[in-house]
Write a new protein. Sequence first.
Length: 286
Amino acid sequence: MYGRGSVDMKGGLAAMVNTLIKLKEAGLPKHGKVRLLATVDEETGGLGSLELTRQGLVRDVDAMIVGEATTNRLEYAHSGSFDYRVKSYGRLAHSSDPSLGINAVANLARFFEYERYAFDDVKASPSLGSLIHSVTVFHGGRQLNSIPDYAYLEGNVRTIPEFDNTAVQNRLQTLVDRLNAEMDGQFELEVVASFMPMATDPADPFVSLVQQSYQTVAGQSLPLAISHGATDASRYILDEHRFPIIEWGPGREEMSHQVDESLSVAEYLQADQIYLQIAKDFFGDD
């Protein structure tokens, strides 16, 4: 199967839907319930999973599988993602007399230099490694012979449980406040999107159960891994109710977000069998 989304993550979603159909036809599970949460907006703001969380649909969940493509690995933790925009406001002037203006681009460049080292003191997470941050967009100015009065940059931080999204936002806001006090012009921090990091204890019984179910169907072990990409799990963990969450689904993770994504039919069909086996093992059904 070829095309954008076949790996990330229509393959896993379709396999889960088919698993539910098979469970229904077999009258399973005999005790308990399997719930499918199919959401919108996972890539940009997670509004779908956030709304389901607000509605209480994970309040009674005992364990969850997110059907991301994981390259035949069980991912028990993933980084958070914090997207931000910093706006720089200056004063417009003719470039023949720049002293009459305030250069928003030059000021923003100074912020960028400070931001590069803003997280150097953050210690690595035992589960997810180092916090990762990057400025990915820098834009300013509208006319060659004018001092720019506005500029902005955008960045992304891959957060860790030990220094989460709130800590990152506070650190960036402190930097903005400091430069506002020191410089002409003004800076403003805007949060574009915020996904919290997720980490399940790799020793959790649900992790072992999924590995055993995979072994039963695939005839090989399922190694543990982490991911630096955020998922809807970032929204579900906002609920006060705590439960283990893991990521496992068909497809190679590196194929995600490619124009030529592909997923073999055999791997998709096996994923259907594995999800079914996990459900049977979890509920103790034959």
